[in-house]
Design a protein. Sequence first.
Length: 380
Amino acid sequence: MAYGVLVSTHLDDSVYRTRLRAVQQAASTAGIDALLVTPGPDLRYLTGYEAVPLERLTCLVLPSAGDPVMVVPGLEVLAAKASPIGVLGLTLHAWGETDDPVSLVASLLPGAGTIALDDHMWAEKVLRLRAAMPGARQVIAGPIIHPLRMRKDSAEIAALRNAGAAIDAVHADVAGLLRPGRTEREVGRDIAERILAAGHVSVDFVIVASGPNGASPHHEVSDRVIEVGDPVVVDIGGSMPDGYCSDSTRTYSVGEPVAVYREWFEVLERAQQASCAAIAPGVACEAIDEAGRAVLRDAGLGDLFIHRTGHGIGLETHEEPYIVKGNTLRIEPGMAFSIEPGFYETGRFGARIEDIVICTETGFESVNSRPRGLAMVEVA
């Protein structure tokens, strides 16, 4: 089956130029001489290049003043040129199999005092760069890059809407897959097929947590057989061709659950609504967390909500901002994150409702539109 949800995999090159300049300006303001960015979400955000992480060093050398340079293995040059890097016209420094790419990077930054390394750089490369540039202080680049990544532009918001619609299409099929006698693993396999059919290029996770397994928020799947009366937490997501991620949770019941479960789920619905209603420019992340948590706490379920209310999303499923107590960051238009309260009673059951939302000038927009109530699966 194919749902026909497709988007361009690259943005206009002017977007990447703007991002590179913004990072250079932020680095200069912070007193950082250069950033070194290896394959991962930061490199894709800044250049559109989805380089494969390998033992061979690929690295964007981004000085706070001056032109960016891409250091790439010789066998990756054509792939780099085929990416937006080719359109951007970045200088490529290719290295051969017997060359030392770390020394090459060091030679491009003579006298650098402070170097920021991307947060996902492999430790082996961090240590080799440290040895090659003993006079440079290493810091992480997250505080420079992530404030930019948190604030999604119109193209990114469109990408997240597209991803939300794709995962909604999958959830629309889930109730038909949940039948007594099937295992979580069997259902999970069918869901994974549908995630790809809906337009994703990768299945990032599939959680099918039935009955007592629902009490483990990150259960994934097992060979447990689904039984009549089981609540089933289904949390699924993938990556679209442009790299932007989907993530949505709905909770199903195979037949009628025990009465207390229905009562608690109605509280959970109110909690999710309360956190969403709290979203507005200028509101602290922790206040959004508290709005929903208070509803659960007032109903005596506070101790069963054992994780943060949400996480940012974009080129990574989990990125900043985090909607959690202690995070005083104030939400701004364009910030995208999940709202996903839950309750988890060990040995019995669990539940979660999750939507991806985007802060707007006046409140919020949800990119997910599937019904949020307990989804009943009829059994013969």
